[in-house]
Design a protein around this ligand. Structure first.
Ligand SMILES: Cc1ncc(COP(=O)(O)O)c(C=O)c1O
Length: 389
């Protein structure tokens, strides 16, 4: 006979909090999205045309940006923005705590990467550390609104203004995020987006750059499509980083529900914050002052001083309770083999190094019910109680 009680962890043979695991994310297409894609398939107009143009216009408008340029994916979006704004050899300050593409595309653009650290509670690039790392060779700041939480845009813009720097915001995870009451597209020289399948607006693959300057938009447009100014007339060297109209139509269709879905993510985040604040041993994300995040990911931290387990042991127990988790990211970029030449900078990013062993993401999406959110918090409390020192 089992001696398990309701407080025995499922990993130790107790009853799991959820019989069926809570879905970690909500991905896929609705009938309306499929109909929109089918309309394009039936028209035979597969290249970038009216659907991409409409998606650019509507997404830019929803983000408070003046101009949108669709492209093949978020990595291409970064390459286009960097290609238009940077020169080879430019020194660029960028976070150690972000997805690799933010930084690898700087390397691809021939920039000299200087890593900055992040703030432990918001996970966003630390403006004070950015300022410390500025030299007279610094030309730009390229930061990410990580997990959908805007960085401290006021502080970063003030540094950029003081030193005459360009600012590029990797907004791949931050569709419709806001700062000081405006969409994030209103800020900086360029914002880049990814519409990868799991993003808040996911078209499979896809990307966009938004800007507020027509001549910059023209340069990005040329880079996106072989520098072509007229049929087979190539003014400059460029790439083929174009989107296609099937993707554009899916993007347009999904954009219609994105605001409501984002608001539901915000309500889920509010409920998580309320509940997790009452659990000793786990910390929740604290958004930057003035920001209204898009909550692509809800990233918490284990307090390793308060618990007798590692982050991975904590997550394994949570998973057995029916709460899936993910780690974004298991290494700061300063510790990635791809950046081994920059490894000496690891010691300059201690918060990022620490986060790599404490962060874990819990489910957040528009389809979660309050009951599921409360259940996730019950499971976190149960696991924390079991491991608290
Ligand atoms: C912060 C960030 N930047 C850039 C990218 C790259 O986007 P894509 O996968 O569409 O190339 C991603 C995708 O995961 C991302 O999360």
């Amino acid at each position: 006979m089992s001696t398990a009680t309701s407080e025995t962890l499922a990993i130790n043979g107790g009853t799991p909090t959820f019989e069926q695991p809570v879905p970690f994310m909500a991905v896929g297409l609705t009938k309306k999205d499929i109909a929109a894609a089918n309309e394009v398939l039936e028209s035979g107009m597969l290249r970038a045309a009216s659907k991409c143009a409409a998606f650019e216009e509507k997404f830019a408008e929803a983000s408070d940006a003046q101009i949108g340029l669709t492209c093949a994916n978020g990595t291409c979006a970064l390459q286009l923005a960097y290609g238009a704004l940077l020169e080879p050899g430019d020194e660029v300050i960028t976070p150690a705590w972000t997805y690799i593409a933010t930084v690898s595309m700087l390397v691809a653009a021939g920039a000299k990467v200087v890593f900055c650290d992040c703030l432990e509670d918001s996970y966003q690039a630390d403006p004070k550390d950015i300022e410390k790392k500025i030299t007279d060779r610094t030309k730009a700041i390229a930061v990410t609104h990580l997990y959908g939480i805007p960085v401290d845009i006021d502080a970063i813009q003030a540094i950029a203004d003081k030193h005459g720097l360009k600012v590029i915001y990797d907004s791949a995870q931050a569709h419709l995020a806001e700062y000081n009451g405006k969409g994030i597209g209103a800020y900086g020289d360029a914002c880049t987006y990814s519409f990868y399948a799991t993003k808040n607006l996911g078209t499979g693959e896809g990307g966009m750059v938004t800007v507020n300057d027509e001549s910059l938009a023209k340069t990005i447009g040329l880079l996106r499509s072989h520098g072509e100014t007229d049929k087979y007339l190539h003014e400059s060297i460029g790439f083929n980083y174009r989107m296609n109209d099937i993707t554009g139509a899916i993007g347009l269709s999904k954009l219609e529900t994105l605001k409501d879905e984002t608001d539901r993510r915000r309500a889920v985040a509010d409920l998580y914050a309320q509940r997790i604040d009452a659990i000793d041993g786990v910390e929740r994300p604290v958004p930057t002052k003035g920001s209204n995040p898009a909550w692509h990911l809800y990233t918490c931290r284990v307090d390793l001083d308060a618990l007798s387990c590692s982050r991975d042991e904590f997550c394994a127990a949570l998973n057995k309770e029916g709460v899936p988790t993910a780690v974004h990211y298991p290494k700061p970029l300063t510790m990635q083999p791809a950046f081994k030449d920059l490894a000496a900078q690891e010691s300059g990013t201690p918060v990022s190094v620490k986060l790599s062993s404490t962060v874990f993401c819990i489910p957040i999406h528009q389809n979660l019910t309050d009951e599921q959110v409360n259940g996730v918090c019950d499971a976190i409390a149960k696991v924390t109680d079991a491991y608290r020192k």
